[in-house]
Design a protein around this ligand. Sequence first.
Ligand code: G3P
Ligand code: CA
Length: 304
Amino acid sequence: MPSKDASDKIVVAHRGASGYVPEHTMESKTMAHAMNADYIEQDLVLSKDDVPIVIHDIYLGEVTNVASLYPDMSRKDGRFYVIDFTFAQLMTLSVNERINYKTKKAVFPNRFPLKESSFKLHSLQQEIEVIQGLNKSTGKNIGIYPEIKNPSFHKEQGKDISKIVLQILSDYGYREKSDACILQCFDAMELQRIREELKCNLFLTQLLEFPEGSEHLEKYASYADAIGPSIEQLLLAGMGKTKGNSLVDKAHELNLKVHAYTFRQDEHPNFDDFEALLQFGFYDINLDGGFTDFPDTVINFLKE
Ligand code: G3P
Ligand code: CA
């Protein structure tokens, strides 16, 4: 994490500027860069030939036309897995706005139209090259925020995704906490392994998937630098759900930063409007950062 004032709050472009352009496309990343997000997120899943692909799911069906191009490549469960396709095959797919796999309808119907796109998948290396290139041409220092997706699934398939990703990050100059890279993972055993066994010196964020109190925070603080809870996990139960619980304060006592997910202008349950949610997250409970599909709105809010 590059040095910022302790009071500075970071804005992470969640899957890019994904509120405007289909998630994890290079177009959504360049838009997020132009909007001056502090970090741009990459969810990572390996291809058959071990290339880290920037995609949220281990499946392809929600965001690509895989079913029409490769109808015979699904597994017994009817799903198309990224890990069954080579990088060259993945490059032939078109990427669309996210759909619900069962209903085939857009998850966010007011976002980018479903049928008007010729977007493509890409690798971690390709995305880093675009972000580093834009940093050079614009004079900015926008960071990356990669996430190791489902390491145990990769292990079952005979692959060590963390090792592969760490080598690429190192090759591109991301090695120390002061570098503009934060590595995240939901799997606590894997993130601890990344720090202790794989000797990673990057700033690490332990994502929290399920509601939990502060009982594991000390453990997380022994290897991670931040936690990443959902907004829901920060709400005090039974208080009309707009009051915060003590998780952020307890994390801060242990010197852990807190980067919460996901701030969405078009989805803010429990809060009347997006501004109320931003006020709650960034000021009432004092988050250090947040993942958002709408980086421009959050940046403007923080400026004001
Ligand atoms: O990684 C933090 C944030 O992205 C939330 O998780 O499910 O969108 O990858 P997810
Ligand atoms: Ca993520």
